[in-house]
Design a protein around this ligand. Sequence first.
Ligand code: HEM
Length: 220
Amino acid sequence: MQRVYIYRRFERFWHWSQAMLIFFLALTGFEVHDSIHLFGYEKAVHYHRVASWMLLTLIAFSIFWHFTTGEWKQYIPSFSKFSAQIRYYTIGMFKGEPHPTHKTARNKLNPLQAITYLGFKLVMAPLIVVTGLLYMFYRTIDANQMVIISDIPLEVIAFLHTLGAYLILMFAIIHVYMTTTGSTPLSNIKAMLTGYEDLDESNERQSKDTSILNQHEDEK
Ligand code: HEM
């Protein structure tokens, strides 16, 4: 096993701050939705709006980061080991079989992770952001008589926004469970905290990646 620098500083910052913001938005959002009572309605609305602007800013920076570093390519799923990965998660890992795919710094997502995270980025996040913004500016847009959404009742926007919230919550629960399926239950979480992960050095490509990524060590 070799210690490999796999998650860079911005990536770790983005990951954890996004997780905290989504958790807080879910708490305040479901208070607005009247499912829980924590801060009081008025405060929940205010906090939800502030946190949503913070999330939008973070999303803008993370899009920039993904494209400037080329990290967006990690999310293109390869279908060659797709069924092997499903078999591993449903049967193999309970029998102690080895992972069918090897994690490297340049190829850190297995095919199932890649397609799930792509779905998060291309479906769930746009759904919650677009419906959230329509919700937020509904009155303004209405007052300005902008035709685009005059036919969409607020209830529909609220419904779609809440649907997005449920999808994101489902994603979060499954995501947290899946993080425990690494070489040890906490190895993936530790890697996202420290940036480093112990990976199998017998994998050829990895040693190449290690040397490439070691050049980035200064960025930490
Ligand atoms: C950029 C992201 C987001 C924006 C712009 C946004 C915006 C809004 C707005 C404007 C409202 C109506 C309450 C108010 O007037 O403030 C709302 C409600 C709500 N939000 Fe968000 N939100 C965002 C992200 C999220 C996330 C990530 C979640 C949960 C995971 C969430 C869950 C909810 C829920 C459950 C409601 C209540 C819907 C209802 O019953 O009317 N929101 N959001």
